[in-house]
Structures are given as C-alpha cells and as structure tokens.
Design a binder for this molecule. Structure first.
Ligand code: FE2
Length: 296
C-alpha cells in the first residue's frame, strides 16, 4: 500500500515551454488545445497506481451515489454535494444489479473519485502542482490561479457511463468566467473506449445554463439558452497516454459510453482565478479548514 515514507517522486513532467502564439491563438479560437506527451508515461502510471490504492482502501458500505450528468438522473445527494473538499467515490450507473448489489468488483465499478484529490492526496498534489503545470496555466493568461477541483475518471470497460454534452462553467461558474479544465489522459483515449468529443469554437456561443443551489434545498438548472447543441459538429479528441487536453470552461464537450473491453482513465484538474467571484450557489464549496490553494 501507499507509504508516505520512502515514496518515489513522480517522474518530472516535461517542462512545457511557453505556449506558442500559434497554440494560444488556437486555444482562443477553438476553445481547446491538445498537448501530446505532456506527462511522462511513468507519471501516468504512478497516478493510476495511486488511484488503485485509494479504491482498494475504500469501503463502500452503504455509500452508493450514482453519478450521472443526465439532469433527470442526477442524484443531488449530500454525498456528492459535500465532496468538494473530500476524497469520495462515485459508482458507474450500470454497476448495480436491480437489488442494489454490485455486478462486479468495486475496482471495476467506480466511475470517479472526487473532488479534492489534488489537495488531500500527496501523489495527486505533487502531480497537480508541478512547475510545468503551473507554467502552462500562467501561459494561458490565468492570474492568481486556484486549484478548484481534482477528479480521477475511470470510464470503466463495458459499463463506463456516457457524459452528455455540457459546459464545465455550468457546474463551476465564476464571474467573470475564468475556469480552465486540464484533462490528462492516463491511457490511450479513443472513440472505442469513450474519448472526449468537443464542439470547436463552441465556447464563443455563451453559457447555456447554470447548475446551482436552490433556495429550497437541492440543486436546480437555470437555463439561459434551451436550444440543443449541434452535436453533429462535435469532433472526437483521440489522444495518446500522457496527452493533455486544455478545455475552456464554456467549451461544449461530451464523452460516449465505453462499451469496449478497455478502460479510459483520466485525471482532470480545474483551475480558476482568485480574481474572479466564486458564487456560494455553486455546488462545489470548501470548508474554511481547507481553503483553495494555488500551485504553491
Ligand atoms: Fe466536463
């Protein structure tokens, strides 16, 4: 099991040179940017091993929170809503028999771990705060960055759930909207195993909705624009292990269900600027004992 003493440091990420003007222009124009081979394979494997250890030590007991971004299925339960400053485990929707028992091992049933991995786990903390990551975010023009959300996504073989088309700013809203999502591929990500699909330049069309805490408890959507996404224009972002995809918070994206025999592990880190306002109505909140931190 994981031992703090004697732990090997993660391999050093490539020092990502300052993003080129061409790359920045592409990110601005398209709303996303793919950086191949950003993280060494050994770093990807170290994160995968650590996630395995966390799942091994996780006792499901009666904690069963099914994660889905389908509005009608989203279980706005306390386990999810209070996970912004914790390490919690969420199951794939298709992980259960009708009687509520798991169809397969817990290791093959977890959809994701969230949402403060980057602050609470030493391995994810070290990876997330590497100078190469900090330099990259600075290169995007983000002033006074804060690491808001760290999440490990499994996209399990055969039962990996679909994530419907959405904008991350719907769930992690700031004023002004500054959020950037860093999506690290810890395995090859292909159409077959449920890669990301993105709508090029879709971030320019504005935010369609916000998911926020309602006055009466629970969560609600405020819809600004009910028109459907032009999903036929989404493009697959097939990337190799170690690649980094940077996503503008307003970029529409999705991933299809994984019906293949291969998993599609990814680690995501969402960063905001301390100069923006972070609403109390957002689902993800921190207790005063664990305030948001930057890269230091
Ligand atoms: Fe997303």
């Amino acid at each position: 099991m994981y031992q703090k003493e004697g732990r090997q440091s993660l391999p050093i990420l490539k020092r990502w040179m300052t993003l080129t003007a061409t790359q920045l222009a592409q990110y601005d124009r398209e709303g996303f940017l793919v950086l191949k081979d950003f993280a060494p394979v050994a770093s990807c494997d170290a994160l995968r091993t650590r996630a395995e250890e966390l799942v091994h030590d996780f006792e499901p007991n009666d904690i069963v929170s099914i994660f889905s971004t389908r509005e009608q299925n989203r279980r706005s339960d306390d386990y999810f809503l209070n996970s912004g400053d914790k390490i919690r485990f969420f199951f794939e929707e298709d992980a259960f028999h009708p009687d509520g028992t798991l169809k397969q091992s817990k290791e093959q049933s977890i959809n994701k771990i969230g949402h403060a991995l980057h602050d609470l786990d030493p391995v994810f903390n070290e990876f997330s705060r590497r100078p190469a990551v900090a330099e990259l975010v600075a290169g995007l023009g983000m002033k006074r960055p804060l690491l808001l959300q760290g999440m490990y996504i499994f996209k399990q073989p055969r039962i990996g759930g679909e994530v419907t088309c959405h904008q991350d700013s719907t769930f992690l809203y700031t004023e002004p909207q500054t959020i950037a999502g860093l999506w690290f591929a810890l395995e090859d990500s292909t159409i077959e195993n449920g890669c990301l699909w993105a709508l090029p330049a879709g971030h320019r069309s504005g935010l369609k909705s916000r998911w926020l805490r309602s006055e009466t408890g629970g969560m609600k959507f405020n819809v600004f624009d009910p028109t459907p996404w032009p999903e036929e224009t989404l493009v697959p972002l097939e990337v190799s292990k170690g690649s980094l995809i940077i996503l503008n918070g307003q970029l529409p994206h999705k991933s299809l269900a994984n019906r293949s025999s291969k998993s599609r592990h990814a680690y995501t880190l969402h960063v905001i600027s301390a100069d923006c306002q972070y609403p109390e109505a957002n689902w993800l909140q921190r207790s005063p004992s664990l305030p948001l931190r930057g890269f230091k």
